[in-house]
Write a protein that binds this ligand. Structure first.
Ligand SMILES: [Ca+2]
Ligand SMILES: [Ca+2]
Length: 388
């Protein structure tokens, strides 16, 4: 039986425990036991040198295609699958703040000053890896730190002629550390991190200077039974929602009903399942009525291209489906800043592309994956036409 740390290390933050009752909550898809860890099989791609003049979209005429010259962009098949070029052509605005509740801050060349070292909410010094409990340095610790960096780059990597490009190359990312070095997530730490990220007060903690309208949770809480949403986490989600923030969560990677997981099974959460390149449910992806829509998450055989530590790696999991939705939601808010969490959820669901043949899983009727697969261009068009 795999340990939760192994599952965390091999998958990403949707780690779950040896049994389904414990999980880390970083939602990387665990590597099957008969495969070696992905880290050992990936071929690192060196970061190419910077171009003298970064390619910027600012010179493009309205409605004209945005040229993306980042050298690894052609490998980012997931961005094509969700129709990013149609979305970028609408020239969505800038300045949207997204919180990534995950393994913590990593200084990424793709984000620069757009990445904010938020707060470390890991209270258990025995698991934190930084020698203490909560503190003002959200810096990621240990071999799982790539998880938050991969998520952040997927949302917001710069269109700068280097490396990869993110869904929203102008997003600000606030890193909120909720996962210990072991990848495990305490429900109280997660609840406080949710409140703080949305700009609410948390006793003993200074207010977040960059309150986020969107919270990406590629994780689920450990130390609680997987039998439904934890009341403490639901209370934090309700408070953040009232504050105007939308919580977007990965469905988790156990091939089970997402309704048992927190936050995936909580109310007011936009829960995201994972599909493969053909738009079919990835076999690891959780399913069911708690799933709002799906997005590309890759498979062990056909991983999602991700960027961390200056290297392209391929991983799979609902950890990486959720940030695609978060990134598109941030573009929608750039176009229409008054969109409410409920309106954002509604537009993202309604604009989703139908699954092939109308079902994400041809074999299991009960294994539903929400309204369809994320369609960035269609979502932005609905946002553009939206009236309060
Ligand atoms: Ca600490
Ligand atoms: Ca780049």
């Amino acid at each position: 039986m795999r340990s939760s740390v192994l599952r965390a290390a091999c998958a990403a933050l949707l780690l779950s425990g040896a049994a389904a009752s414990i999980g880390i909550k970083v939602l990387n898809q665990p590597v099957p036991a008969d495969l070696v860890p992905l880290e050992q099989t990936q071929t690192p791609v060196p970061l190419p040198p910077a171009l003298p003049t970064p390619a910027r979209p600012t010179s493009a005429l309205p409605g004209s295609p945005i040229r993306t010259l980042d050298p690894l962009y052609p490998q980012q098949w997931n961005l094509k699958q969700i129709g990013m070029e149609a979305a970028w052509a609408l020239k969505p605005g800038a300045g949207v703040t997204v919180a990534v509740l995950d393994t913590g801050y990593v200084n990424s060349a793709e984000l620069g000053a757009r990445a904010v070292n938020g707060y470390d909410f890991v209270s258990d010094a025995a698991r934190s890896g930084d020698g203490d409990g909560r503190d003002a340095d959200a810096g990621g610790v240990g071999p799982l730190a790539y998880h938050a960096e991969s998520v952040a780059n997927l949302i917001g990597a710069a269109r700068d002629g280097r490396g990869v490009v993110g869904v929203n190359p102008l997003a600000r990312i606030v890193h909120v550390r909720v996962a210990g070095q072991d990848g495990m997530i305490d429900p109280v730490d997660l609840s406080d991190g949710i409140r703080w990220a949305a700009g609410l007060s948390v006793p003993g903690t200074p207010l977040n200077r960059f309150p986020a309208r969107l919270l990406n949770l590629s994780l689920y809480a450990d130390f609680i039974p997987l039998t439904g949403c934890d009341a403490r986490i639901q209370a934090a989600i309700d408070a953040a929602t009232l504050r105007g923030a939308l919580i977007i969560a990965g469905a988790a990677n156990d091939g089970a009903d997402a309704a048992g997981y927190s936050p995936a099974g909580c109310n007011h959460v936009l829960t995201v399942g994972a599909v493969d390149r053909a738009g079919r449910r990835a076999s690891y992806s959780n399913w069911g009525s708690a799933v709002a829509l799906s997005a590309p998450g890759g498979t062990p055989q056909d991983g999602l291209p991700l960027f961390s530590a200056g290297v392209l790696t391929r991983r799979n999991g609902t950890s990486f489906a959720a940030p695609e939705v978060t990134g598109v939601a941030s573009l929608m808010l750039g176009l229409r800043p008054t969109l409410t969490p409920a309106a954002l959820s509604d537009l993202l669901r309604r604009s989703a592309a139908p699954f092939p043949g109308g079902r994400c899983d041809a074999l299991h009727v009960a294994y539903t994956c929400g309204m369809g697969t994320l369609d960035a261009g269609a979502a932005l068009k609905l946002a553009q036409a939206w009236k309060p």
